[in-house]
Design a protein around this ligand. Structure first.
Ligand code: DGL
Length: 266
């Protein structure tokens, strides 16, 4: 296969990466994609960094067997823990990774920002540096959401638990009127409406997906690896879950207009 025609690999610890894939597929309509959700090992956000690095490396190895021309780490936790290591191990592969979109919120003029992400993402030096850089002139609060991605992974059957956990987590924030919420975990867009219900102000939500896609487009274009046409575009779904129907759920989440965990079940 001509390298230009190779697919782009997209990886997350589970269903979260589908929220990223939706934007990638929309903005890059001629590209093929192979999505791998490591649902068998999710969630990542409360694991040790070394363990996340090991799992991420396994995911890249798996996607490389599909001859990918580029790789999107659609997982803030995996990016924070593993991106420098991946860049070193795979110097010839185009790799981009999603990170909490704090800069995007700041660039859009937000003054009171809440960053929701996994404990590991928030603890990583990269995010801590960003936090130091952008604090000062504005109010930025971080909220480590232990357990949230794991519950979202379980779908609608844990919906009440998701609601309870969100209420508990968000009750620990200050009474600031947030004008921006950074969804720093790709699982969280699926519960965006539930988050909004717990926040008295009407904040804008930031995920960073468009910026990530533009960055990928630019890198592939530089290497002449962008497709200009593709009549039969394919999007393949793979999972490490023992549940044989897991990829059906990925496909369903991808093809429907579902934006909320309230609407999907298993
Ligand atoms: N969706 C991932 C993220 O963006 C990981 C969540 C998890 O597995 O804990 O951080």
């Amino acid at each position: 296969m001509n390298r230009v025609d190779s697919p782009i690999g997209v990886f997350d610890s589970g269903v979260g990466g589908i929220s990223t894939l939706k934007v990638l597929a929309k903005m890059l309509p001629h590209e093929d994609f192979v999505f791998f959700g490591d649902s068998g090992n999710a969630p990542y956000g409360e694991k040790r960094r070394e363990e996340v690095q090991r799992l991420t490396n396994n995911a890249v190895q798996k996607l490389l067997t599909h001859h990918i021309k580029g790789m999107v780490i659609a997982c803030n936790t995996a990016t924070s823990a593993s991106k420098p290591m991946l860049l070193e191990h795979y110097p010839d592969l185009t790799i981009v990774g999603i990170e909490p979109a704090l800069k995007e919120a700041v660039d859009n003029g937000a003054q009171n920002i809440l960053v929701m992400a996994t404990p590991l993402t928030l603890a990583m030096p990269k995010f801590q540096r960003q936090l130091r850089l952008f604090s000062g002139e504005r109010h930025i609060e971080t909220l480590p959401c232990s357990g949230l991605a794991g519950l979202i992974e379980c779908g609608a059957q844990r919906l009440d638990d998701v609601k309870d956990l969100l209420r508990r987590l968000l009750s620990t924030t200050s009474d600031t009127q947030f004008d921006a919420i950074v969804l720093g975990c790709t699982h969280y867009p699926f519960v965006k409406d539930l988050i909004a219900e717990c926040i008295p102000s009407h904040p804008r939500f930031f995920t960073g997906y468009e910026g990530l896609t533009r960055h990928l487009t630019h890198l592939l274009d530089d290497k002449n690896l962008l497709r200009t046409g593709n009549e039969h575009r394919s999007i393949e779904f793979l999972s490490s879950s023992v549940n044989p129907h897991e990829t059906d759920l990925y496909r369903e989440l991808f093809t429907s207009s579902i934006e909320s965990a309230t609407q999907f079940g298993r």
